[in-house]
Ligand binder design. Structure first.
Ligand SMILES: *Cc1c(COP(=O)(O)O)cnc(C)c1O
Length: 406
């Protein structure tokens, strides 16, 4: 069980008023808040041992290198990767996807096929469109139903020996749907295709095991799981990382450089050109430790309570439509909704004045909004530091907004 008061006290940002009202932060799907230990890790790095890594023989450089590589090990253990060099530090999910898409440019030919899902974030659509433009490969889309679930029988029909890559998110940021990635991965492998899973929205809620999933690539961002912005990780199976060419050229990623020929460094450095976000990587490790201390089983059961309570309370409101599955077992603590005849942006603006932070708009997932023929939704996404009392405050604020706009 979670000691919610203790947890909330660990997040300094939560204890404040916004627009004169206690802050209710329900925009965790966009970015999470940071516990004091993560803030401290950042301050500690810059106050005590800031230095460039993998380069200097001096003491601070050694300390920084050790801390950065220790963070890589924490990430490796967390995701259960087989080797530490299968963990590539990136600037976030978006960069991880672009890295793999760039690498596949060398491996694809005209009329090869890439399958994406209808539920993707733009960052898991656009890099593949760019790759298709570049190579002449085709992009196919797994369709969804009105409940926001991907149609697996349609997916199976799309697979063929032309399929080279299947990409899908683990949990949809637009609707909260938990996608059947085990099935998706197994069927893709049977067809001889590689799989990339976008875990940005899943990692705050659950602990993926990349070996059990048998996934080829898994990407995520630190900032949605209590870590800082500007850092993330790409997991890639060793065989795939060896096959892909480097993404960026520069320092740190080379073995030898002459003007005639450069040879690349071994994994993981082959993909880590330039001075990385050293501090961010270290604090990412701290965030992972923190979340594991809270415990992912505790997080899952508590967030499930919030999801059930929030769904029930919202459904009592007049004119509400909640998008996505009604089966809460297939959903993370994300609720996307609208009120009949009212623009989501107007609701968001009014409840912000009442201290409630939600996301409104297309959530970087415009194809989902087009499917429902709506301009966007109001999205309340809960984290383990939120409470039922905060949900009550949101409900009161929504009632006021309805009165003003209705
Ligand atoms: C947030 C998010 C992204 C993008 O993450 P960045 O940190 O902005 O790179 C991609 N996919 C999903 C599902 C997300 O929720």
């Amino acid at each position: 069980m979670l000691d919610i008061n203790k947890i909330r006290a660990e997040f300094p940002i939560l204890n404040q008023k916004v627009n004169g009202k206690p802050l209710v932060y329900f925009d965790n799907g966009a970015t999470s808040q940071k516990p004091q230990v993560v803030i401290d890790a950042i301050v500690d790095y810059y106050s005590r041992y800031n230095a460039n890594i993998h380069r200097g023989v001096h003491t601070l450089s050694q300390l920084a290198t050790d801390a950065y590589e220790e963070a890589r090990l924490k990430i490796q253990r967390h995701f259960n990767a087989k080797h530490n060099y299968e963990i590539i530090f990136t600037s976030g999910t978006t960069e991880g996807i672009n890295l793999v898409a760039n690498g596949f440019a060398a491996l694809l030919k005209k009329d090869d096929e890439i399958i994406v899902s209808a539920l993707e974030h733009h960052s898991n659509i656009v890099p593949w469109q760019m790759l298709c433009e570049h190579t002449g490969a085709k992009l196919l889309v797994i369709p969804m139903n009105y409940d926001g679930e991907l149609l697996m029988d349609e997916y199976e029909k799309l697979l063929s020996d032309k399929t080279k890559l299947v990409v899908c998110n683990h949990i949809s940021n637009g609707l909260g749907t938990i996608n059947p990635i085990e099935f998706i991965i197994e069927k893709a492998h049977k067809a001889g295709a590689a799989v990339l899973i976008d875990g940005a929205q899943a990692c705050p809620h659950l602990k993926p095991d990349v070996q059990a999933l048998n996934v080829d690539f898994y990407v995520t961002s630190a900032h949605k799981m209590c870590g800082p912005t500007g850092v993330g990780m790409l997991y890639g199976k060793e065989e795939w990382l060896r096959k892909l060419p480097p993404y960026k050229g520069g320092g740190e990623m080379i073995a030898t450089v002459t003007f005639e020929k450069t040879t690349y460094a071994d994994l993981p450095h082959k993909f880590e050109a330039g001075t990385p976000n050293i501090c961010g990587g270290i604090a990412f490790g701290t965030a992972i430790d923190y979340m594991n201390e809270v415990g992912f089983d505790n997080i899952a059961s508590y967030e499930r309570e919030l999801l059930e309570y929030g769904t029930k309370k919202l459904l009592e409101l007049e004119g509400i439509e909640i998008y996505g599955t009604k089966d809460l077992n297939k959903k993370a603590s994300v609720i996307s909704f609208n009120f009949k005849g009212i623009h989501p942006y107007d609701v968001g603006t009014i409840i912000d004045k009442l201290g409630i932070a939600v996301r409104t708009g297309h959530h970087c997932a415009q194809p989902i909004m087009d499917f429902y023929k709506i301009p966007g939704t109001i999205r309340a996404s809960f984290a383990f530091y939120n409470t039922k009392e905060e949900i009550d405050l949101m409900i009161e604020a929504l009632k006021k907004a309805q009165m003003m706009l209705g």
